[in-house]
Design a protein around this ligand. Structure first.
Ligand SMILES: Cc1cc2nc3c(=O)[nH]c(=O)nc-3n(C[C@H](O)[C@H](O)[C@H](O)COP(=O)(O)O)c2cc1C
Length: 176
């Protein structure tokens, strides 16, 4: 079975914890996990996989987590070919303190990987979320899976489970 590469950037450990939950749910034999800070060398690491789960928290005012900055810059400049790659994005934010820029990083990753030919899947209805504004919305849906460990942590496990169920249509996630 084809493997999934999960790459995450995390400043205070929240995205890391979510990444570990996702890996545990999919299975360690199917899903390899990489910290963008510790394990990532260059874009070729991403290109080894046809199926990618990308985790990124939002910082500043709607910006990507620090460890994603350089790789995204490289992708913008070098334009590596991601056609044939299936990508789904997830990431935590804070809908109360940062409700005007809620999970903006998801929107940035979405646009950048789409621009180099990737197929982006895993959009999630915005109806279950409370926020003011987000650059991660397309056609009333988030472009990936937003999570909020600050205000709605009780929803996280179910949100992940529902999302992985949705991804089964496009990812080699084993049936449970
Ligand atoms: C200084 C600061 C800025 C933040 N900016 C945003 C933001 O613009 N949008 C958002 O949704 N969350 C924002 N957050 C919330 C973080 O994304 C959230 O705490 C997340 O869980 C951090 O995940 P990490 O530990 O994996 O980096 C911000 C948090 C801090 C402390």
């Amino acid at each position: 079975m084809a493997k999934i590469g999960l790459f995450y950037g995390s400043t205070s450990g929240v995205t890391e914890e979510i990444a570990e939950k996702i890996q545990a749910a999919i299975g360690e034999d199917v899903c390899d996990v990489y910290s963008m800070e510790e394990d990532f060398d260059d874009v070729d690491d991403l290109l080894k996989y046809d199926y990618l789960l990308l985790g990124c928290s939002t910082w500043g005012a709607g910006e990507v987590q620090n460890d994603w900055r350089e790789p995204l810059f490289d992708i913008e400049v070098d334009k590596p070919d991601f056609s044939g790659k299936t990508i789904a994005i997830f990431g935590p934010g804070d809908c109360e303190c940062h409700g005007n820029h809620f999970v903006g990083a998801l929107g940035t990753l979405y646009e950048q990987f789409k621009a180099v030919g990737a197929t982006l899947v895993g959009a999630v209805s915005a109806a279950d979320y409370r926020f003011e504004k987000s650059t991660a919305i397309r056609d009333d849906k988030f472009v990936g899976l937003p999570l909020d460990e600050v205000n709605e942590s009780e929803k996280t496990d179910q949100r992940i489970a529902d999302w992985l169920e949705l991804l089964k249509a496009d990812f080699p996630i084993p049936a449970t």
